[in-house]
Design a protein around this ligand. Sequence first.
Ligand code: APR
Length: 244
Amino acid sequence: MSGQASNIVILTGAGISAESGLGTFRDAGGIWSKFDPMKLATPEGYAADPDTVLDFYSARRANLLEARPNGAHLALAQLEQAWMQAARGQFLLVTQNIDDLHEQAGSASLLHMHGELLKTRCTACGHLFTDREPLAVPRVCPSCGQAGTLRPHVVWFGEMPLGMDQIYAALEQADLFVAVGTSGTVWPAAGFVQEARAAGAWTVELTLEPGEVSALFDERHYGPATEVLPDWVQRLTGAGPAHA
Ligand code: APR
């Protein structure tokens, strides 16, 4: 069914980066089982205790700088290249992840709907810049010079995800929608499969275990992304699996 697809939208979640050593959120031992998201991933939490929030994201930023893409990231970069070389149609990779492993693997048509951990934004002047340094309240904005105004460029609970117009436009045109490594518990991303089905797309779920919206997918394959995704890409494109 998916072999005739021309416009493809892919959604990734924390599960695609799990085998690169970055934590997921809701698995056993996940990030939200150790830290309170309401204190660390909300505007209110940041306002109440910026030091603790900035320390939390500085630790995740340092962890990310040690991480490398895995075979699943590489398989998606390979799929994008094959898709574009064959001029098969539109390709959009939407990620809920704030890491840069898709970029490191070579993905180009990429949209971070929950922001990016390696970017910092000034809440005073809006300056947005790539930043690999630890965040701390006394740091001053390199643009406006104010201190105490820098935050991670990450979408917190209660804030509007990024790129939604572009995402919904792509879903309306999709012939194939693939969700990789996401539990389907956080909206609006969890609703993308329904948008794709309404557009007549074939929908595929590739994750470790069934998620909250698994029943809505036409096709489901379970297992580690580094095994399931390269196999699925090979079947779709006929090309050999990516090698980590
Ligand atoms: N390979 C494939 N899938 C995996 C693997 C793996 N090696 N390990 C875990 N998974 C799957 C889990 O089965 C689960 O379905 O990845 C999913 C992780 O789910 P969550 O931890 O909920 O992560 P995600 O769906 O990305 O969360 C969405 O919630 O807290 C917010 O902003 C945060 O972007 C995040 C959003």
